[in-house]
Design a protein around this ligand. Structure first.
Ligand code: PBG
Length: 332
């Protein structure tokens, strides 16, 4: 389509910007509370809400407080919560067995949310890093992050989460072949309605730093994740990964981080038309909060603009630590 634009002064673009009423009539994209997925951190204990220093406004909550948070989120109309465990370092081992313990922190939190707010969708993370002594998403053998043996563990983890009541499984590990293995196992176990949102295009990013503090993986991590997460220089590879994961049975796909990768979001949405999500990751959140705390930007306006950008880039939704703040604004 070649748009026709009349010459000046027949065409004056500022006519369409003259008032909020007119701007609202010509607005191309909107952000709704239904677009938000809220990532939250769970820790052990009772009655605990502990701030994460590198993520101002974000808390680690004990399971009872997670249930309260889920009730609040449901009240605000947030459709989904995504859980990440801060695992006791004593439970981190080389064999990562805590990852598929039916009573681990994550699975207890899933049950608590399902009790407290049955209508909110619960998403869980599948990767070994919260349970791994060396902080990696897969098993490490002689310095190598091994693929195929890791998949067997990820499948066990997936089944334990589905059993606990997870609605959406979020594999963030970037091993090859995991989506097909998980889908097959879920079908065989009768979990045909449990969905998979694949972290399909996940980059080896420095923007994950504050998250690794939040889940207590920063100290544990040896080396980097470049042999399994994507090179930030690549774009075509993201499309091939998305195609591969959809082919293996992913119901939804994710691009991560978000704001520096909006070009990927657009290519993915245009290329596949599948339900597409971006993760506005911890470092993106921390940058906005830090600048706002210093009075260098308007935190609220920046939050709104950053989230709307994902819709403009073609995303169907966003995982964001701003979810409750944004939902409160949208609720008026
Ligand atoms: C772990 C995982 C990470 C994030 C989500 N799942 C970190 C990593 O890959 O090191 C990052 C989320 C964020 O930064 O907000 N597999």
């Amino acid at each position: 389509m070649t748009p026709t634009v009349a010459p000046f002064p027949q065409a004056r673009f500022r006519r369409a910007r003259q008032s909020e009423a007119i701007r609202s009539l010509v607005r191309e994209n909107t952000l709704g509370v239904g677009d938000l997925i809220w990532p939250i951190f769970v820790r052990d204990g009772d009655g605990i809400e502990e701030p994460v220093p590198s993520m101002p406004g974000v808390l680690r909550r004990s399971v009872d407080r997670i249930a309260d948070a889920a009730r609040d989120a449901a009240g605000l109309g947030i459709p989904a919560i995504c859980l990440f465990p801060y695992t006791d370092p004593a439970l981190k081992t080389e064999d990562c067995a805590e990852a598929w313990n039916p009573d681990n922190l994550c699975n207890r939190a899933v049950r608590a949310i399902k009790d407290a707010a049955p209508d909110i969708a619960v998403m869980t993370d599948v990767a070994l890093d919260p349970y791994n002594i060396n902080g990696h998403d897969g098993f490490v053998e002689n310095g190598e992050i091994v693929n195929d043996r890791t998949i067997e563990a990820l499948v066990k983890m997936t089944l334990a989460q589905a059993e606990a009541g997870a609605d959406i499984i979020g594999p963030s590990d970037m091993m090859d072949g995991r989506i097909g293995a998980m889908r097959g196992a879920l079908e065989s176990a009768g979990h045909h309605n449990v969905m998979i949102m694949s972290y399909a295009a996940k980059y080896a990013s420095a923007f994950y730093g504050p998250f690794r503090d939040a889940v207590g993986a920063s100290g544990a991590l040896t080396g980097d994740k470049k042999t399994y997460q994507m090179d930030p220089a690549n774009s075509d590879e993201a499309l091939r990964l998305i195609q591969r994961d959809l082919g293996e049975g992913a119901d939804m796909v994710m691009i991560k981080p978000g704001m520096p990768y909006l070009d990927i979001c657009r290519r993915v949405k245009d290329g596949f038309g599948a339900p597409t999500y971006a993760y506005q990751v911890s470092g993106e959140y921390a940058m906005i909060q830090a600048a706002a705390q210093n009075g260098w930007i308007d935190g609220e306006k920046t939050m709104i603009e950053s989230l709307l950008a994902f819709k403009r880039a073609g995303c169907d939704g966003v995982l964001t630590y701003f979810a409750p703040a944004m939902a409160r604004l949208l609720g008026g």
